[in-house]
Design a protein around this ligand. Sequence first.
Ligand code: NAP
Length: 484
Amino acid sequence: MASRVIPVDPFDLVIFGGTGDLARRKILPGLFRRFQAGQMPDGARIIGAARSELDRAGYQQMIEDAIGEFGGAEKNDAEGLSKFLETLDYTPIDAKGTAGWDTLSSMVRPDVVQAFYFSVAPSLFGDIAARLHSNNIANSKSRIVVEKPFGRDLESAKALNKSLADHFDESQVYRIDHYLGKETVQNLMAVRFGNVLFEPLWNNHYVDHIQITVAETVGVEGRGAYYDRSGAMRDMVQNHLMQLLCLIAMEPPGQFGADEVRDEKLKVIRALQTVEPHHIVRGQYDAGPDGGGYREDAENPKSFTESFIAMKCHINNWRWAGVPFYLRTGKRMKARASEIAVVFKDLGHSIFEGDEKRHRNILAIRLQPNEGMDLQVTIKEPGPGGMRLVDVPLDMTFAEALGDGEHDVSDAYERLIMDVIRGNQTLFMRGDEVEAAWAWTDPLINGWEARNDVPKVYDAGSSGPEDALMLLHRDGRKWREIKG
Ligand code: NAP
């Protein structure tokens, strides 16, 4: 089945930080794929802006090289690539100074959709917002896109929000969490709210517990200094895992509109209980055959920052009272795998004599690898030999279910950028959501800092510290295997 391309209006997309890692690795290769798919209309333009003194041809060359390095199969389309490069322009600019703003002002057209992507350090967000305003470049319909990290605590997030709100309305601000751009995450909402089957079971009467795992095999090498100030809680839980938790736990919105969805997510965050210290396990990876330990990678021999965290959370509302949500994320784990598993309760009574095994329905939503979902169901083991039961997954991997395996499971970034151009904020975090997430996170971090909590060491290439396994064992449960 060919994917359907919904055209967008002509636009000017200015990428501040257009020479940076994110722009070269994700944003521009993603835009090229949208161009190839026919989604970039005639007259659409992409303008890179950074301090580097490049001209248009120099920037086009830089992006050609970047697509060659980071693009997928699409980079072999030489003709398409040369047409795409024609849409690019560049201007040197200093976010903190006056250089370049006049030129940018003359380049951006007031009569098309204007989007400004702040692919720069958050410390520059306020400067850029202010200069877009004072140079009369942005207007009341312009959109701005900002990247994570959105603050490192509630106070800094509030300050960032204010620096944007001074010049832009909330309806113009698109805070990216690329997890929300993943096909599976959106499919989670389709499955929950587009079927009669699941929603009646989606509560504490039928759900035993929920597990959310985001496991990476990479360590912090290369970005150790940044990571050491952040840790897994700030880098992953406060944003990505929190967003996944919200989508799993939220009430059905009245309609699939940006504020309706975000209102429901916000209610979930506000209903999260403070997590007891003994329900949090923090870890740091040890040296392994593939590299050094966390403290070496972070170049901080006394670091207490966690590269792994597991926790048991509760949501204080009628739907989820008594249902634990177990979250875990870590670096240098045994496999790169992210999934959400909704584990349903045991049958109250089995009619099958001699069947001692605990059969459970589990809905597993895989974010990576092989985005997709499967539902574990219990059936009769085929063949003679009596009524023996076996658990099998009903697989619904999108590429297979939707056609020829070529179905466009496109990168989250390109989907989200196109949503910005369309003016659809549903998959972006609202300012109050981000602040509520920090308001929940801050006391937990302050708590372990005040206790001088020392993270547990875990083997690189493992499933994390032993204590994280015990977190579930104590409750008579166990983590699902981390499988790549
Ligand atoms: P980066 O490689 O360091 O790029 C920073 C960009 O900002 C460069 O283009 C740099 O170009 C420009 N810049 C720096 N100071 C400037 C100034 N005063 N005026 C104008 N431009 C300036 O960083 P990055 O990895 O692309 O990350 C960008 C943002 O995305 C950060 O907020 C980061 O946290 C976030 N992010 C990145 C990733 C990723 O995979 N890289 C993932 C998630 C989030 P010049 O030096 O030429 O000015």
